[in-house]
Design a binder for this molecule. Structure first.
Ligand code: BG6
Length: 507
C-alpha cells in the first residue's frame, strides 16, 4: 500500500533508518531539524533502530556535537524539556568531520553507516542536504561514487534537498539534471517547509472533506484571493545570502506558489503523491506568463529603509552586514498572478511578501463576490462587506469566515461578524517546527508534500520575466518603504487600480 494511503489510516512509526545531515554545524540543524526529531520522539514516531550522523567541515567530536545540540534543545523546548526523551535521541547522535569534497571523509561516513546498518539490521539511509545550494550536486556525486546512493534489498536510500533549489529556471533545470544523473526521481525529496505547516496541509481537508465550500470555490463566487507573508524581522545576519537572493527568489517560486497551488488545485483523485502533485503542477502551468510590460504593472518591488518595529529600530537594508551600500535587492514583493483555467479565469491572486513589516503575519484570504444591493437601498450600504474566508497560517493558526448580520435594534443596520476556528484552542496543539511531518514522511517514503522537478521548474518559469526585468532595471526609488510599514505605496496601488485593497492586518 502506498505510504500516503497508510498515513491516512493512522500515523505509524517510521521504520529503522539512519539520517545523515550534511551541514550539521549550521543553523538549520540546531534550529529546526534536531528540534523536529525531538518532537517526533515525543510523538513516538521514531523506531528504536534510529540514528543520526552529522557531517560538516567543522572539527567537532561526537561528544561535542551532542553537547551543542543539548544546549540548543534546552532553549527550544524551554519548560517542556523532557530529559528522558532527549537522552533517547542524544544517545543516537554521531558526527563525522570532513569537507564535502574530501573522498576520505566519505570513506569514514561509509564506515559509520556500515556500523549503523549492522546494529539496526538494515541499511536504510536518509541523506539530508542542509548545505549551500552549490554543494547539492557535488555531494550527491561523491555519495554516489562512494556507492552510498543505490537502493538495494538491504535498504532504501533517499536524499532530501533544501531550498533554494537553483536561483533561476536555468540553474534549477541544471540541478535537476545533475541530481537525476545519480538518483532516481523517487529518491529525491525537494523540501519546502511551508508544506509542513498544519494549516497548509489542512487546505486539502478544508476544501475537499466539507460539502459546502467546494461548490463556491470558483470564479462564479470568488472575487479574488490575497496571500500575505509578512515578517517583522530584517535580514538578521543573513545579508550574504539575502543580497544574492532577494524576496522574490527567497519566497515566491517556492513557498508562495505552494500556497497558491493548494488553494487553486482541482480535486485530486486520491491523496497519493502523484495524484496531488499532478494537480498542483497543472495550476502552476496554468499561470499566465508575464510579458516585460506586464512586469511593470503587475509586479512591485520594495526595499526597506530605517524605521521601527515596536521598540526595535532597524537600519536601512543597505546598511546591513554584507549588503551592498547601493543594493538593488528587493526585500518586498507584491504581484498579481492570473490562473488561466476554467475555475479561476478573471480571479486575480494577489500576493505580497516582505521583511521588516509591522508584524509577523502569514494568511490567505479568499474574498467572495458582493451580493446585489437592491434589497438594502435606504440602509447604510457602505457597511456591507463582502464575505471573506481567512486562513491564518502564522502566528495564529486557524480559519475565520466573516459575514454580515443585522445589528439588533428597530432600524435596519448591518454589521460584520466573524466565525472563528483556532487550532490551539480547539486541538490544544503544541508548537512544532513544520519539519516534523516532512521528515516523518521522508522516513516513510511518502513524497506527497515534497516538490517534484516539474513543479520547481514551473515556479521558476513564472517568475523568470520578473527576475529579468528587475535585474535589467535598477530600482531608482530604493529604499521605498520604512521598516515597520506595510511596504511601498505601489503595493496598495496595485490593488487600488482594480478597485480593491489589501485586507487590513489588524482586522
Ligand atoms: C525561509 C526563507 O525559507 O522561510 C526566510 O529563506 C524566511 O527568509 C522563512 O524568513 C520564513 O519561514 P516561516 O516559516 O517563518 O514563515
Amino acid at each position: 500500500m502506498p505510504a500516503s494511503r497508510e498515513r491516512q489510516n493512522g500515523t505509524r512509526c517510521a521504520g529503522p533508518c539512519t539520517m545523515v545531515i550534511f551541514g550539521a554545524s549550521g543553523d538549520l540543524t540546531k534550529r529546526k531539524l534536531v528540534p523536529a526529531l525531538y518532537n517526533l520522539v515525543r510523538q513516538k514516531l521514531l523506531p528504536e533502530e534510529f540514528s543520526v550522523i552529522g557531517f560538516a567541515r567543522r572539527e567537532t567530536s561526537s561528544h561535542e556535537f551532542r553537547e551543542q545540540m543539548r544546549r540548543n534543545i534546552h532553549e527550544y523546548a524551554g519548560d517542556d524539556f523532557d530529559a528522558d526523551l532527549w537522552q533517547w535521541l542524544e544517545s543516537r547522535l554521531d558526527y563525522v568531520a570532513g569537507a564535502f569534497d574530501d573522498d576520505a571523509a566519505y570513506v569514514r561516513l561509509a564506515q559509520k553507516l556500515t556500523e549503523a546498518a549492522t546494529a539496526a539490521g538494515n541499511s536504510n539511509v536518509l541523506f539530508y542536504l542542509a548545505a549551500a545550494p552549490e554543494q547539492f550536486g557535488p555531494i550527491v556525486e561523491k555519495l554516489s561514487r562512494a556507492g552510498l546512493t543505490a537502493d538495494s534489498a538491504a535498504g532504501w536510500r533517499r536524499v532530501v534537498v533544501e531550498k533554494p533549489f537553483g536561483r533561476d529556471l536555468e540553474s534549477a533545470r541544471k540541478l535537476n539534471i545533475e541530481l537525476r544523473g545519480f538518483l532516481d526521481e523517487s529518491q529525491i525529496y525537494r523540501i519546502d517547509h511551508y508544506l509542513g505547516k498544519e494549516t497548509v496541509q489542512n487546505l486539502l481537508v478544508f476544501r475537499f472533506a466539507n460539502g459546502i465550500f467546494e461548490p463556491i470555490w470558483n470564479r462564479r463566487y470568488v472575487d479574488h484571493v490575497q496571500i500575505t507573508v509578512a515578517e517583522a524581522l530584517g535580514v538578521e545576519g543573513r545579508g550574504g545570502y539575502y543580497e544574492e537572493a532577494g524576496a522574490l527568489r527567497d519566497m515566491v517560486p517556492n513557498h508562495i506558489f505552494q500556497l497558491i497551488s493548494l488553494v487553486a488545485l482541482e480535486p485530486p483523485i486520491s491523496f497519493d503523491a502523484e495524484a496531488v502533485r499532478d494537480e498542483q503542477s497543472k495550476v502552476l502551468r496554468a499561470i499566465q506568463p508575464m510579458s516585460p510590460e506586464d512586469v511593470l504593472t503587475k509586479a512591485v518591488r520594495g526595499q526597506y529603509g530605517t524605521g521601527s518595529i515596536g521598540v526595535r529600530r532597524l537600519p536601512d537594508y543597505r546598511q546591513e552586514d554584507r549588503v551592498d551600500s547601493l543594493s538593488n535587492t528587493e526585500t518586498f514583493v507584491a504581484m498579481k498572478v492570473e490562473i488561466d483555467n476554467w475555475r479561476w479565469k478573471d480571479v486575480p491572486f494577489y500576493l505580497r511578501v516582505g521583511k521588516a513589516m509591522p508584524r509577523r503575519l502569514t494568511e490567505i484570504t479568499v474574498q467572495f463576490r458582493r451580493p446585489p444591493f437592491t434589497l438594502f437601498r435606504g440602509t447604510d450600504i457602505g457597511a456591507l462587506q463582502p464575505n471573506q474566508l481567512v486562513i491564518s497560517v502564522a502566528p495564529e493558526e486557524g480559519i475565520s469566515l466573516s459575514f454580515s448580520a443585522k445589528i439588533p435594534g428597530a432600524t435596519m443596520r448591518i454589521g460584520n461578524v466573524d466565525m472563528d476556528f483556532a487550532y490551539a484552542k480547539h486541538f490544544g496543539t503544541k508548537p512544532a517546527t513544520g519539519y516534523e511531518r516532512l521528515l516523518h514522511d521522508a522516513f516513510l517514503g511518502d513524497q506527497t508534500l515534497f516538490q517534484r522537478a516539474d513543479m520547481v521548474e514551473a515556479g521558476w518559469a513564472i517568475v523568470a520575466p520578473v527576475l529579468d526585468v528587475w535585474t535589467a532595471l535598477t530600482a531608482r526609488d530604493f529604499p521605498n518603504y520604512a521598516a515597520g510599514t506595510w511596504g511601498p505605496a505601489s503595493a496598495a496601488e496595485l490593488l487600488a487600480r482594480d478597485g480593491r485593497s489589501w485586507r487590513a492586518a489588524d482586522q
